[in-house]
Design a binder for this molecule. Sequence first.
Ligand code: SAM
Length: 294
Amino acid sequence: MQTQHRIILGNSQQMSELTDGSVQIMVTSPPYPMIAMWDDMLAKTEPKIGESFQKLDATDEDETVRQIYTEMHDYLSKVWKETYRVLVDGGIACINIGDATRTINEKFQLFPNHSRIIEVCEKIGFTTLPYILWKKPTTKPMYKGKGAFLGSGFLPPNAYVTLDCEFILLFRKGNLRKFKPKDARRYESAFTKKQRDEWFSQIWAVKGTRQTSSQLERRTAAYPEEITDRLIRMFSVKGETVLDPFLGSGTTTKIAIQNERSSVGYEVDQNLLPVVTKKIGNTETGITLEIIKR
Ligand SMILES: C[S@@+](CC[C@H](N)C(=O)[O-])C[C@H]1O[C@@H](n2cnc3c(N)ncnc32)[C@H](O)[C@@H]1O
């Protein structure tokens, strides 16, 4: 099957390259608000966030911390709004997100990113579907928000529950997708009973991505191919288009190609292009790859 793949080096808050109702599924993992590794990237792309961080250095106020958290979600919400526009009626948005814990000015706090995204997406008009908990095998229990339990980790009451799950939030735009009876595309895209039983259950114990020696690639915090593969096959049929507005290292494009879906990926960091092209590898016949620099 002939599929088309577009990599657009630009900001996905505006997806002017895509017309309304032109993609069937979105699969993504955005920068996680309040996770320190994304502070600089977000502050650089959205100056308002940078100014708030400077204000925090000067004032140490709780209120400023809340403001930064809100501004980071405002940043993401522009992308969720654009996603809503470009999805077809019945299209599905899959968002991999982790909550964050952070100690600021000696105060330990939880930032429940998953619930903020649900609130925002419902306001946009999405219907929230039952979501998946991705149980990660790696994280160690935490003591006072400082990583592993220390000596007194067996003593109540000051330890915290470890954030060892991430969320895969699922949303639908509008009504259920409609297909003609016996539509061959659905039958050709069917999963097995074993896959259905595993994929449509709420907890997924999937290993994280392999550590890579490339610093540039590590900076993207890639999600596992297994998760991308399941979501694409659960919520789209062969020949349809997958969107990833936060492409990073290009996992979604690679898995779309493997599953005979077309794809569109947006990435604001142009330096990642070689990482993406390396991950996709030699494009097979039957595939067109277009790279658009804004
Ligand atoms: C968590 S990473 C995505 C990782 C990806 N799932 C993978 O497997 O490699 C988020 C990416 O979104 C990019 N990004 C952040 N804001 C963006 C925006 N407004 N438009 C396009 N890309 C953006 C960042 O540069 C980063 O590479």
